[in-house]
Design a protein around this ligand. Structure first.
Ligand SMILES: [Zn+2]
Ligand SMILES: [Zn+2]
Length: 146
């Protein structure tokens, strides 16, 4: 038996990809304090089937305080600076890593295209989870006709 995480709504990630163009690279590469180098190959970070243009994070400049995203659709490309979405998964305390007012599902609802295999299990924090009393149907309850 393979246990799958099916208890919540999940979407597949949009497979659209693009390459950052040299003009875009030069502009964003000039920004100070990038957290990671400017990405050259982008994969759309929205859920598959989303409306509007594809979106990918290109660089987090100013030590992560200024996020730049590429929005693209065919030949139309725009560099957009945007804050992160304020969406949050109440169950697992995951923050959404998509731009503010993005389309479609939050990032924590999107299954990654490539399953990460080298990630250690997250540390279990606190066992003080309140146990919910789920209403249970009486066992052996049978409705008698008449
Ligand atoms: Zn997309
Ligand atoms: Zn979101």
């Amino acid at each position: 038996m393979i246990e799958e995480h099916v208890g919540r709504s999940e979407s597949t990630r949009c497979p659209a990809t693009t390459e950052v163009m040299m003009t875009e690279y030069k502009m964003l590469g000039a920004l100070p304090d990038p957290v990671d180098p400017v990405r050259l190959d982008l994969t759309c970070e929205l859920a598959i089937g989303h409306e509007g243009r594809h979106v990918g994070l290109v660089v987090a400049a100013y030590a992560g305080n200024q996020l730049w995203w590429l929005h693209w659709a065919g030949q139309h490309r725009d560099m957009v600076q945007s804050e992160l979405c304020d969406g949050r998964d109440p169950d697992e305390h995951d923050d959404c890593l998509l731009p503010y007012r993005h389309r479609g599902a939050h990032s924590f609802e999107i299954r990654p295209v490539h399953e990460p295999s080298d990630i250690a299990a997250p540390p279990q924090s606190g066992a003080d989870r309140a146990s919910a009393h789920w209403p249970v149907a009486p066992r052996g309850y049978q409705r008698e006709a008449g």
